[in-house]
Ligand binder design. Structure first.
Ligand code: NAD
Length: 498
């Protein structure tokens, strides 16, 4: 059986803690690898490698740094199909979806190629008599990223590409459920010319995470995962004075106005609700039709579409979605379906009986659809993270606007309408971080930034885009006087620029 260790100091190393976790192949349900779970000492070993390598990397000129990323892009393109297949086999998503996972990461690497331009400082000549002021952006040193299972290519790239382009060394702690692709990405970075020690991967669980959080030599941590862990990471990282940005779970609403193009809306809802088996932080999990007629028209078209979704093994390119990531995830989602029934929601489509012929032990669940879901139900309040869509009927626009605005989560939201006034008003007033107008998954392009509000994001600044440069650098400001020999005598009052 394949065993996955760590990537430290530019090479694969075996785990020494004696602890491992199973990596499943969700489509068959079989264990395909064992991944090492790092001890505190192994994490510290990675930090020491990073500390030794970072000073030279930090003063390497920015253009040379991004040339490594340029070469890395070529290597990812070369190995794209193998990466997509490995990703699909470890995560469970389909191969076309795995290609998207890689590509949305690649886009942030492409963004990072322009980081030399964004690291330029400011300069003011003559801010006072003979005084010039300038600022410079400097790397933080060693920084870390802790990432979730659901985008094992995209989110590691969102984290390490900007951080490394800014001159930092990076410790990546990917999800222990699908660590194969992040390990491969680190090897490709080395092949692209990255000095050993600048990108290290430590596999592990809570022990490795806590070691990262408590290590005073790590100056910033970027986390993506569920909200309760995000909050924990944020608070514990702050105790050692780290910068922290911690992105959490979601409950993304799609508002359907009476004038929406219903065919387009239903296409959007099935794709965004059930793609990747609903295991996306930007998946639509709540549909809010406005008015009874809209709701009835929506359900008439939506029910047959959900009933006819094609579920298949990850290697079937014609499948709409594949299995869930683990048996535990499957059982958890099924439990939520039970909860919804007990709470009195109408289960309009029940996917629990789905069996995949030839893959009977895989972690499959058919699409489920609830109607008449109410605000106080757990299936509305909590993140399910599976192929389950809840329909909450709103009587008017104001009620529809309040639902996502008042919800604890605030990652993404979408509105479907032909009415520009309603869409504009909605986008301005909704209390959510990312908004789509007739776009169900509004993940911003790489040169904007990604980040949710409320329990979907703890800390400061968003991921990728200009915010990533702010997050991974610190600003130094220099006030200089030339000629230096001007004699003014001792000055005891607060200096001012006369
Ligand atoms: P998770 O919170 O279980 O795990 C995320 C990371 O935290 C992993 O690396 C894991 O090893 C680590 N971890 C888990 N338990 C821990 C603990 N007790 N102490 C310390 N570290 C711990 O999340 P997941 O199941 O891998 O991913 C799915 C979640 O991620 C969903 O809630 C989803 O909405 C969210 N997500 C959010 C975004 C976003 O940008 N907001 C993007 C993708 C996924």
């Amino acid at each position: 059986m394949r065993s996955i260790g760590h990537f430290i100091g530019g090479k694969q190393v075996k785990g020494t803690s004696g602890r491992t976790a199973d990596v499943f192949e969700p489509m068959t349900g079989e264990v395909q690898a064992k991944v090492a779970l790092a001890s505190r000492a192994e994490v510290r070993g990675a930090v020491e490698n990073a500390l030794a390598a970072q000073p030279e990397w930090g003063v390497t000129n920015p253009q040379r740094r991004v040339r490594v990323l340029m070469k890395f892009l070529e290597l990812v393109a070369r190995d794209n199909e193998a990466l997509a297949e490995m990703l699909a086999r470890e995560h469970g998503k389909t191969i076309p979806d795995a290609r998207g996972d890689i590509l949305r990461g690649v886009e942030v690497v492409e963004f990072a190629l322009g980081i030399p331009q964004m690291m330029k400082g400011e300069y003011t000549e003559g801010a006072g008599p003979g005084i010039d002021v300038y600022s410079m952006r400097q790397p933080l040193g060693v920084v870390a990223g802790i990432t979730p299972f659901n985008f094992p290519a995209m989110i590691p790239m969102w984290k390490f590409a900007p951080a490394i382009a800014c001159g930092n060394a990076f410790i990546l702690k990917p999800s222990e459920r699908d660590p194969g692709v992040p390990m491969r990405l680190a090897e490709l970075m080395l092949e692209a010319g990255l000095p050993p020690g600048i990108l290290n991967v430590v596999n592990g669980d809570k022990e490795a995470v806590d070691a990262i959080l408590d290590d005073r030599d790590i100056k910033a941590v970027g986390f993506v995962g569920s909200s309760s862990i995000a909050q924990y990471i944020y608070e514990r990282a702050a105790a050692t004075g780290k910068r922290a940005q911690c992105f959490g779970g979601a409950k993304n609403h799609a508002i359907i106005m009476p004038d929406a193009d219903m065919d387009q809306t239903v296409d959007a809802l099935v794709g965004a609700g059930y793609g990747a088996a609903g295991e996306r932080c930007m998946a639509v999990s709540v549909a809010v039709p406005v008015g009874k007629t809209t709701a009835d028209r929506l359900m008439e078209k939506l029910v047959p579409r959900v009933e006819s979704l094609k579920i298949g093994p990850s290697t079937d390119p014609t499948a709409d979605f594949g299995p869930l990531v683990t048996r535990a995830a499957l059982e958890r989602v099924k439990d939520y379906v039970e909860v919804g029934i007990r709470e009195g929601a109408t289960l309009a489509v029940d996917g629990r009986g789905f069996k995949m012929q030839g893959y009977e032990n895989g972690f499959y669940l058919g699409g489920c659809l609830f109607d008449h879901v109410k605000k106080d139900m757990r299936i509305y309040k909590e993140e399910i993270f599976g192929p389950v869509l809840s329909v909450v009927r709103a009587k008017d626009f104001d009620e529809a606007l309040r639902l996502p605005s008042d919800h604890d989560y605030g990652n993404g939201v979408a509105i479907f309408t032909r009415d520009g006034d309603a869409a504009r008003d909605f986008a301005a007033r909704v209390n959510v971080g990312m908004v789509g107008i007739n776009v169900p998954i509004p993940v911003p392009v790489a040169y904007y930034t990604f980040g949710g509000w409320k329990r979907s994001g703890f800390g400061d600044l968003n991921q990728y885009g200009p915010d990533s440069v702010r997050f991974y650098t610190k600003t130094k400001t220099v006030t200089a006087r030339w000629p230096s020999g001007v004699k003014e005598g001792a000055e005891f009052a607060m200096p001012i620029m006369n």
